[in-house]
Design a protein around this ligand. Structure first.
Ligand code: SAM
Ligand code: SF4
Length: 366
């Protein structure tokens, strides 16, 4: 059975010959102009090396820019990939498709029971990928050492406010202290750099930009502001409501001297600035106002086994159907290659015809 027979969305014609003696790249020549490379390439010359794996769509916070207060339907349990299914897909990504970094995310990835075991299993893969985690930090502090022992290399912890009441209002849960503890525990466990992700909302926490940077500098954390994207479950994002990268930079410049960092973006989404002459830096991820799609090296796997080549993809490629329908590793790899070959040049947020994806950020994996 091949990817077509299993109903996998295809770009171009049917899979054809394999470009490699061991079968790698079997569908690579299926679309006009495709190369013989076994990697995850697209028609714009980009190669995906960074796989974001969503471990669950559930979360213990309810950030207003991501989830509704209540009423979101969870993915049915039998549709979620099991740990073994996840490991099979991740193994294919690393061995066959040249993925170099696995980032666990969600929803809240720490809610997945087997997460320590999954980190440990990924750390056994050859070649061994970088293993990172994006988390809201709830429950991280007491498990930080376990994660590192299992093989975690890097962590991003989300923190939008230093004020307990603003934090509660924004996340709808009174858990600021847990996040502060998580950051300290990450440093104590030897993770470096410890990165903080911050989304600023106008009139809510946008006055805290400088305070968050001061907090991060004093403790050695690397702060990155992320422009709010239209990925909330309530579809309430507005361009005028979004705090832009320029506004963030201007607010910081009132209290700090920011100098564009020599390494600029280097494939990473954040525009980096040295703060007060260094060594501290701050990043601003201008996903909306200065998109970095031309340098995108990401591919995503949802908790229910769908490949998305972009956060904003309108299409998904169903690897779960392949996994459960008897698909071979090569068929799974091919379906992924074909999906990647069809990756669009950009997210299109700024196009008049832009449509927000049906899935919210929490169900895609940020
Ligand atoms: N729950 C974990 C967390 O919050 O870190 C991991 C998943 S969360 C979806 C990943 C990141 O996406 C977080 O840093 C969060 O702030 C960010 N995020 C969520 N919704 C967003 C949106 N609409 N625009 C920009 N960033 C968003
Ligand atoms: Fe949960 Fe993360 Fe979304 Fe906040 S941003 S609701 S912590 S998944």
């Amino acid at each position: 059975m091949n990817a077509v027979a299993l109903g996998i969305p295809q770009v171009g014609g049917a899979p054809s010959r394999s470009a490699y003696a061991d079968g790698r790249g079997a569908a690579v020549a299926s679309a006009p102009g495709r190369t013989d490379s076994p990697w995850l390439l697209d028609t714009y010359g980009r190669r995906a090396r960074d796989l974001r794996v969503s471990l669950t769509d559930k979360c213990n916070l309810r950030c207003t820019y991501c989830m509704p207060a209540e009423g979101l339907n969870w993915l049915p349990g039998d549709e979620l990939l099991t740990d073994d299914e996840l490991m099979r897909v991740i193994g294919i990504a690393v061995r066959e498709l040249g993925i170099e970094e696995i980032r666990f995310t969600g929803g809240e990835p720490l809610l997945r029971k087997g997460i320590v075991d999954l980190i440990g299993r990924v750390a056994q893969l050859t070649p061994r990928p970088e293993i990172s985690l994006t988390t809201n930090g709830i429950g991280f502090a007491r498990r930080a050492a376990d994660f590192v022992r299992a093989g975690l290399d890097r962590v991003n912890i989300s923190l939008d406010s230093l004020n307990p009441e603003t934090f509660r209002q924004l996340t709808r849960r009174p858990r600021l202290a847990d996040v502060i503890d998580a950051l300290a525990a990450a440093t104590d466990a030897g993770l470096s750099p410890v990165k903080i992700n911050t989304v600023l909302l106008r009139g809510v926490n946008d006055h805290e930009a400088a305070d968050l940077l001061q907090f991060s500098i004093e403790r050695g954390y690397q702060l990155r502001f992320i422009e709010q994207m239209p990925l909330d479950a309530g579809h309430s994002w507005t361009r005028s409501g979004m705090v832009t990268a320029d506004e963030i930079q201007a607010a910081l410049a009132e209290q700090f001297i920011l100098t564009p960092h020599g390494s600029a973006r280097m494939g990473a989404p954040a525009e980096l600035f040295t703060v007060n002459g260094g060594p501290s830096t701050v990043g601003i991820i201008a996903s909306v106002t200065r998109p970095f799609c031309g340098d995108c090296d990401r591919t995503r796997l949802t908790a229910d086994g769908q490949v998305r080549t972009c956060l904003f993809s309108a299409q998904e490629t169903d690897l779960r159907a392949l996994l459960r329908g008897g698909g071979t590793d090569e068929q799974i790899a091919d379906a992924w290659r074909v999906a990647t070959w069809g990756k669009l040049p950009g997210h299109g947020i700024n196009d008049p015809s832009f449509l927000q994806p049906d899935r919210p950020m929490s169900a895609i994996g940020g």
